[in-house]
Design a protein around this ligand. Sequence first.
Ligand code: NDP
Ligand code: 13P
Length: 320
Amino acid sequence: MSVSIIGTGAFGTALGIALARDEREVTIWGRDPYAVSRIRDHKSSPRLPGVKMPHSLSATTDLEKAAAAETVLIAVPAQSLHMVLKRIKSAMVGTRIVLCCKGIDLESGLGVTELTQQVKPSVTVAVLTGPSFAADIANGLPTALTLACADEPSARILQEKLSTPVLRLYTTTDLVGAELGGALKNVIAIACGACIGAGLGDSARAALMTRGFAEMTRLASALGARPETLAGLSGLGDLTLTCTSEGSRNFRFGLSLGRGEDFEPTITVEGAATARAAAKLSDLHGIPLPITQATAALTTGDLTVQEAMDQLLSRPLKEE
Ligand SMILES: NC(=O)C1=CN([C@@H]2O[C@H](COP(=O)(O)OP(=O)(O)OC[C@H]3O[C@@H](n4cnc5c(N)ncnc54)[C@H](OP(=O)(O)O)[C@@H]3O)[C@@H](O)[C@H]2O)C=CC1
Ligand SMILES: O=C(CO)COP(=O)(O)O
């Protein structure tokens, strides 16, 4: 099975390293010729400093060539997914696309799988998600992820082909649950970062994580997910990692909001756009998501951390 990865960012490169190290033939595509030549010729990436890359890992700027592989992993930010799919001219008939991005498209309000199916109707869509920092994967540390695909035989083939001795994939047919768990945990991670940054304490963070998880499950279930998927690696597993580690960019972005500090704008923070997309879905479907709504308002500067906290704490008392 030939494998390509779209995106020379931290995650795409880390996955390429992991698969090439396990003797898969992998080609990474990037739009930036300099980043591509660093991987192809120098086996290095500024996004993964100090990581050793296998010599067999190749890289290209030829998008059509990369898209011609049997299995194409896409690891660009969710808000760039539509643009990248449109840039691929071929219909990709019969290709398995494995989406590695965690977000909801802000413009359309669609999840990444539905968006992909709209642009490339003749592909089989899968999602690879769960608790995993790119650096951990690139350094060969043990990781367990969810591989979601509605077509069970394809899920099993992808599980077999993309697992390595240290990268353990579990399958599910619940695409919606897997993709929304990965997207929505980023929103709660921003909220938790803001809480810690503002000095509100670990107890408040635990409350945000728990009630945030309830919001994730509520929205995802309303959109067709199975609640038990949210309790797995792609939901609770990734929520735990992202809300408790400064390795997470979403958490660090929240920390800077809480401390009133600037945050480097070029760093990928998926939860900011996804908070706004989820807040819109909350209004559209009448599903209460108070933490998500408050986080969306935080990211746009419409609320301060103190105002967001006051708003959440002044809600009517209710059953858990
Ligand atoms: N980093 C991590 O630990 C993990 C990340 N993910 C997910 O993976 C996805 C990618 O994140 P990550 O790799 O970390 O992000 P990075 O910021 O490290 O890299 C993003 C990559 O996407 C490319 N890109 C952005 N927009 C476009 C576009 N319009 N056309 C072509 N290429 C584009 C960038 O290209 P350029 O370099 O030219 O700007 C860059 O190579 C996100 O959804 C993230 O949530 C999932 C699990 C772990
Ligand atoms: O998704 C991730 C870990 O599973 C990476 O999180 P960040 O995008 O917040 O760094």
